[in-house]
Structures are given as structure tokens and as C-alpha cells.
Write a protein of this length. Structure first.
Length: 71
């Protein structure tokens, strides 16, 4: 399970950087705290399915892209 959280977090971080967003800007856009976004990116937080979908919808990508290690 930890590997899945790490993979999701790394892919989230990659998308955030690709879109030239800071953690603060992403957090603000989704009404999350910056600490929450940081913890998700580091794989330290077991996020809910609802929040995972919020991240995916924000970047207009399916959940599969965020849990795929080869993304």
C-alpha cells in the first residue's frame, strides 16, 4: 500500500511541476492545505478516493495515470 501512495504522490508532483504550479497554488485551487499537498506528494498521507479524484480532475487525467509507475 505504501508503494501505491508513493507512486501517486510522485506522479502528482510531476504533474504539478509540469504545469508550473507551486504546492501553495495547487492547494489553493483545490481548497486543501499546503501541508496536505506536501504530505500526499511524499506518500505520507493515505488520501481518500474523493480527494484522489479531485487531483485527477484538476489535471484532467484518469486515476490510472496517477497510480501507474511508468507514467
Amino acid at each position: 500500500m505504501d508503494e501505491l501512495l508513493t507512486t501517486f504522490g510522485l506522479n502528482l508532483k510531476m504533474q504539478r511541476i509540469k504545469h508550473k504550479l507551486s504546492q501553495e497554488k495547487l492547494a489553493e485551487a483545490l481548497n486543501f492545505s499546503t501541508v496536505y499537498v506536501s504530505n500526499v506528494e511524499c506518500g505520507k498521507h493515505n488520501i481518500s478516493l474523493v480527494n484522489a479524484v479531485k487531483f485527477c480532475k484538476f489535471f484532467n487525467l484518469p486515476v490510472e495515470k496517477f497510480i501507474n509507475q511508468n507514467f
